[in-house]
Every structure is written in structure tokens, then in C-alpha cells.
Design a protein around this ligand. Sequence first.
Ligand code: FPP
Length: 257
Amino acid sequence: MGRPGGAHTVNLTIMTSPGGMPQHIAIVMDGNGRWATKRFLPRLAGHRQGMESLRRCIRACLERHVGVLTVFAFSSENWNRPADEVSGLMELLATALAKEVPQLLKDGVRLHFVGDRAGLSDKVRTGLDQAEQATAANSKLVLNVCFNYGGRWDIAQAAARLAALGQPITEMALHQAMAMAHVPDPDLIIRTGGELRLSNFLLWQAAYAELFFSDKLWPDFDEAELDRAIGEFNRRERRYGQTSDQVATPGPGQKAA
Ligand code: FPP
């Protein structure tokens, strides 16, 4: 059996920044539609407000020295929504790219778009490539925007790539072939909107993440709720399959939790 950090398993080094801040926070931004409906507004108004909330969250992560923020903006299954909502979300992405990238560039944010680009229009694809290139030298915060993304898609595409190369499908090889290989696994996954599920988000990478479910609708998610999630994260004991005693007195070569 492999052990944390062993040759045949993915490295499970505890990724916590100094000061107990999770190194990588991932968020299912749920509740935009309900936020709008409650105000007798079209669902798209909720997504627009969700964009404001995302902007606030990015700033809060920069201020708190979080290294990686990953957000679920459009799932592989979201194509099944009404056509006007799908096209509205595509437009929102294109507008956000034009409007937000200059500020993200100044703020030291490096953008990555994670997901299947094959289903996207040429215009959107070009926009994603340009935003990634423009921010490639930044390193304060890595912002992964999961767009046309699904956890099952990622596992399948990684396995297909290894198979095409004739490489053995090991845990480590799969991990490295995945679309999120450029960052450590999330320490903390937050889902807003009161639902208690992952909905095909980071299925592989969520293995040892701490989960935090918030009743707030995404447009209402603010710094105080982010801090509540981080506070809860800091009260959890991350054991990675070990016992509490082992975590308290780590053996040689292992980091304390
Ligand atoms: C889920 O809420 C949210 C989405 C499917 C879209 C998330 C998009 C944003 C937060 C805006 C930022 C967008 C881009 C393109 C960067 P829901 O619509 O399922 O809400 P509901 O459960 O209340 O219906």
C-alpha cells in the first residue's frame, strides 16, 4: 500500500499557507438564479450579480494570501439550460474577459481556464487563450475558472490521453494528465446556495478536501462568509487516513497538520 508522499501515490503533503490559510480554495458558486427570482429579475441578472461576488472574492483571496482560487463557472451539464441562459453566460464570460483582465493583470492574478474548449466558439476560445497569455507571468494568486468543465470529463480525458500514449494508468500518471495538474489539490471546497453535493466538481481532486456548505446564495457571499469557511477549515483535523495521534506526533519526514 502506498503512503502519503510514497512513490506510487499522489503526494498528500499538507498544503496550508502560513497563518492557517488554506493554500487552495475551490468554490461551487450556486444560487444566482434563486437570487434573481427572489427579486423578480431574469436569471441572467443573478449571474451578473454573481460576477460582482466573484470579483469581491478574488480581492478577498488576494488580501488573505490564498495561493489558488478555483471557481465553477459553467459545467458540462449547463448546456442543458434554456438557450438564452447559455448564450447569456457565454456573453458574460466574453464581457468579463474584456473588462476584468486588465485589473487582474495589475493585481498579480494568473488566469487559467479549465475545461473542454472543443465545445466553445472560436471567439470565446481566443479570448481564453489571450487572457491566459496576458497573465502568465503573474504569481500572487492563480485563478482557475472551470468553464465547460466536469470532474468526470477530466478523469476520462486524462485516461484517454495516457491510453493514446500507451502509458500505464497509475494514480500518479492520471493526476499529472488532469486539467488541474498545475496546482495542488484544493484544501477547502465551498458550495454556496444550500445544496449539499459536489455536482461533478473536482471529483478526483476533492479526495482530501474539507467541505463547507453555505446557505448564502452566491451573489450574497461576502468576506465574512469566506472567513467563516476559513475559520471552520482551521478547526478541522486533516488526518489523510492516519490516526489523530499520528497527526499530533508526525514521524520523520512528515509535516505536522
Ligand atoms: C449556478 O447558479 C451558477 C452558474 C451556473 C454560473 C456561475 C457564474 C457566475 C458566478 C458568474 C461568473 C461567470 C463567468 C462566466 C466567469 P444557478 O444558476 O444554478 O442558481 P440556482 O441554483 O439558484 O438556480
